[in-house]
Design a protein around this ligand. Structure first.
Ligand code: 3HC
Length: 295
């Protein structure tokens, strides 16, 4: 059962100002979620153009929510007024929580955590939304690994209710309490888990998605029939290929590689077709083409 939105776990640090780093699909959804829940959000994108395109996407999503009767027009405007865009990481100095949602590349994330360590005040909670990399690797790029934690959102972040809260061996209990309280205020359902590849959901989901690709490669069934089978037969909201195109084939490949690296299960080796689609730039909906064509 999801606790009341006002419930703040004992020992949680105060959070009103939140920084978000990134301008991709996940960052955009996460910015919307925090601003809608009443947090003052400053997000950092790499260029003014990217700032503008994120603001446009958030506005479009909020507009859709208004049209669906999920959000009042006044709340849409108040939400937008709580969002500040910048291309300067230094602007995150006064934040009490920073959520990193940049590319799934450990070198990039580690460099970012090292910069955040220098910029942010002591006590700032530093969270990563990584879906595939060890959280402890980000933590050790800072001088304060006890303040670093995983906060894994699901795609589409504005709609999916789950957040996996990932504590490393170094995460302080009050940092976990803070992120549990914040997730609750966001209206999300938080689950706690350890810092292993795939956490809970992806460790169970991606071997299944990989098997679906192998089934397609073997000409065992068509993508349409595999998708229909899982929707109609199991009640899943999306079939595996629909879902892969939403998640992004590059993100899926990164997750599958990490699962294979950590667990060494032969069946976890990424299906060659997934590798080929990524090489071909067919990353899913975000590039207009993945397993299916959206152009
Ligand atoms: N703002 C607020 N609410 C919105 C909205 C918006 N912009 N857009 C849609 N909604 C609401 C709708 O009102 C509806 O709510 P209701 O059920 O209370 O009426 C709900 O969201 C669903 O919307 P729709 O009925 O229009 O859409 P669908 O029925 O097609 O569902 C979906 C869309 C929720 C995305 C569904 O297809 C789904 O659940 N897909 C599976 C997604 C999934 O599995 N994601 C996880 C991927 S793994 C991952 O992310 C991990 C990462 O590490 C890779």
């Amino acid at each position: 059962q999801t606790p009341s939105p006002d419930a703040v776990p004992a020992g949680a640090r105060e959070v009103t100002k939140v920084g978000i780093v990134g301008s991709g699909t996940m960052a955009t959804g996460i910015i919307e979620v925090f601003a809608k829940a009443g947090y003052q959000v400053t997000f950092v994108a790499r260029s003014e153009d990217k700032c503008a395109s994120v603001l446009k996407s958030v506005t479009r999503s909020l507009e859709k929510a208004v049209q669906r009767g999920k959000l009042a027009e006044a709340d849409r405007d108040a939400t937008l007024s709580r969002i500040t865009a910048t291309s300067r990481l230094d602007d995150l100095a006064p934040m009490q929580l920073v959520v990193e949602a940049v590319v799934e590349d450990l070198t990039v994330k580690q460099a970012l955590f090292s910069n955040l360590d220098e910029i942010c005040a002591p006590g700032t909670v530093l969270a990563t939304t990584t879906s595939s990399l060890p959280v402890i690797e980000c933590a050790m790029a800072t001088s304060r690994p006890s303040d670093v934690i995983g906060m894994h959102f699901f795609n589409p972040a504005a709609i999916m209710k789950l957040v996996e809260v990932v504590s490393t061996v170094a995460t302080a209990p009050d940092v976990e309490a803070t992120v549990l309280g914040v997730s609750n205020k966001l209206g999300k359902h938080a689950v706690r888990c350890g810092d292993r590849a795939g956490f809970i959901v992806n460790a169970l989901l991606f071997p299944y998605l990989n098997d679906a690709i192998k089934m397609l490669e073997a000409h065992y069934a068509t993508a349409d029939d595999i998708d229909s089978a899982m929707k109609v037969g199991c009640g899943y909201p999306m079939g595996p290929f629909e879902l892969l195109d939403v998640v992004g084939n590059d993100v899926s490949l990164a997750i599958e590689r990490e699962l294979y690296l950590e667990f060494r299960e032969p069946g976890f080796a990424p299906a060659p077709l997934l590798e080929q689609l990524v090489t071909a730039g067919r990353l899913g909906r975000k590039t207009g083409k993945g397993f299916r064509d959206y152009s």
